[in-house]
Design a protein around this ligand. Structure first.
Ligand code: KG4
Ligand code: ZN
Length: 345
C-alpha cells in the first residue's frame, strides 16, 4: 500500500491529501467553510454537508494535480468515519467508498482524533512511542497515553465543555466572530494581565479530568457587569477579559499535561487539535516542560486544525499493521470513543 488519498469532512473543513508511504506527504489541499458559517455564529450542519458536496471532487482533482499523480495511481482511500457531524461525515464516506469501488482499492474509515493525535509524527523531529497526547479541539479535551498506533488509553477528559468550546463561547460573549479561538487569542495579546482572574476549574482535583463550562458563566457575569457600567464594555476591558480567559484555559491545560507526564512516568507530550495552534499554550507548555526535562511536540500549524493529511497519514500507519479490506459498505460514527479502535495490545 503506497499511495493513500485521505479525505476529511467531519465538520467545517474539507481537507484532501495524498500521502506516500515512502515519499511522505505529496500534497494537501483544504477548503474552509468559516466565512459561510460566521454569518450564523457557528457551524450550521446542513450547510456544512452541502458545501462538502460542492468541494470534495474539485479538491480531489486539485490534490492529484498538485502531487503530479493520477487517481489510478492511488492504492487506498481513507476517510474520516467519525466523530463529527453525521451529514458532513457521510459526504466524505460515500465519496471515498464510491471512488474506492471504482478504482478497485480498499476504503479505510479513520477516527478523526486518531488523525489529530498522530499528526505530530508528520513533523521533524517527531516523537517516539510511548507518549502522552493532549487532544484539544472544538469538541474534545482529552489526555491519552499512546503506546503505539492503535494503542490508546484515556487518562482524563473534560466533564463538560471542550477547551476549544470554552474559547469559542467566551469569544462569542465578547462579540468576536466564529471560530472564536484565534480571534480571542489576538484580542488577549492586548489585554492587561493584572486586571481579571477567572476560575481554574478542577486545577487541584488531583486527577486528569477537566471542566470548562464554569468559565463561560464567569465571562458572562463579567461582560454583563461591564455592559451595565457607565462606560460600557470598552475595548480595553474586552481585551483584559480575553486575556484572563486564555490564561485560565492555558494554565489548566499545562498543569494537567504535566501531571499526566508525572503520573505515567513518560517524557514526551504531543499536543494535537485546533487549540494546539494557540501560541500562549505553546509558550507556557514549552517553559514548564523544559524546566522538568520533558519534551513537547506540536504538529506544524497547518496540521493543527482539521486537514486531510492527518487522515491519509493515520491510514498509512494503520496499513503497516492491518490488512485493508475491499468492503465498500459504510457507516459513519458521529459519536465514537477513540479507545474502541484499539487493534493491538
Ligand atoms: O481540531 P479543530 O480544527 O476542529 C475540531 O475537530 O473541533 O479545532 C477547532 C477549535 C475551535 O474551537 C477553535 O476556536 C480552536 O480550535 N482554535 C484555537 C486557535 N486556533 C483554533 N483556540 C485558541 N487559539 C487558537 N489560536
Ligand atoms: Zn479536529
Amino acid at each position: 500500500m503506497k499511495l493513500i488519498l485521505g479525505i476529511e469532512s467531519s465538520c467545517d473543513e474539507t481537507g484532501v491529501a495524498l500521502y506516500h508511504s515512502e515519499r511522505g506527504l505529496l500534497a494537501h489541499v483544504l477548503h474552509t467553510q468559516v466565512a459561510m458559517h460566521s454569518e450564523y455564529g457557528g457551524v450550521v450542519p446542513e450547510l456544512a454537508s452541502r458545501d462538502h458536496i460542492r468541494h470534495v471532487l474539485p479538491l480531489i482533482r486539485a490534490v492529484a494535480q498538485k502531487a503530479g499523480c493520477q487517481l489510478q495511481d492511488v492504492d487506498a482511500i481513507a476517510y474520516t468515519q467519525g466523530p463529527g457531524l453525521s451529514g458532513a461525515l457521510l459526504v466524505g464516506a460515500s465519496i471515498a467508498c464510491a471512488l474506492a469501488y471504482a478504482l478497485d482499492v480498499p476504503a479505510i474509515g479513520i477516527h478523526h482524533l486518531e488523525g489529530h493525535l498522530l499528526s505530530p509524527l508528520l513533523s521533524d523531529p517527531a516523537p517516539e512511542f510511548p507518549f502522552v497526547a493532549l487532544l484539544v479541539s472544538g469538541g474534545h479535551t482529552q489526555l491519552m497515553r499512546v503506546d503505539g498506533v492503535g494503542q490508546y488509553t484515556l487518562l482524563g477528559e473534560t466533564l463538560d465543555d471542550a477547551a476549544g468550546e470554552a474559547f469559542d463561547k467566551s469569544a462569542k460573549l465578547l462579540g468576536l466572530s466564529y471560530p472564536g479561538g484565534p480571534e480571542l487569542a489576538k484580542l488577549a495579546a492586548r489585554g492587561q494581565p493584572w486586571r481579571f482572574k477567572l476560575p481554574r476549574p478542577m486545577l487541584h482535583s488531583g486527577d486528569l479530568d477537566f471542566s470548562f463550562s464554569g468559565l463561560k458563566t464567569a465571562v458572562l457575569t463579567l461582560t454583563r457587569q461591564h455592559t451595565l457600567d457607565e462606560q460600557g464594555l470598552d475595548e480595553q476591558t474586552r481585551a483584559d477579559i480575553a486575556h484572563a480567559v486564555q490564561e485560565a484555559i492555558v494554565e489548566v491545560l499545562v498543569d494537567k499535561s504535566l501531571l499526566a507526564l508525572k503520573q505515567t512516568g513518560l517524557k514526551q507530550l504531543v499536543v494535537a487539535g485546533g487549540v494546539g495552534a494557540n501560541q500562549r499554550l505553546r509558550t507556557q507548555l514549552d517553559q514548564a516542560a523544559g524546566r522538568r526535562g520533558f519534551r513537547v511536540f506540536y504538529p506544524d500549524l497547518e496540521f493543527c486544525t482539521d486537514n486531510g493529511a492527518m487522515i491519509a497519514f493515520a491510514a498509512a500507519l494503520r496499513l503497516q499493521q492491518q490488512e485493508a479490506r475491499r468492503d465498500y459498505r459504510f457507516n459513519v460514527k458521529p459519536r465514537w470513543d477513540l479507545q474502541q479502535i484499539n487493534y493491538t495490545s
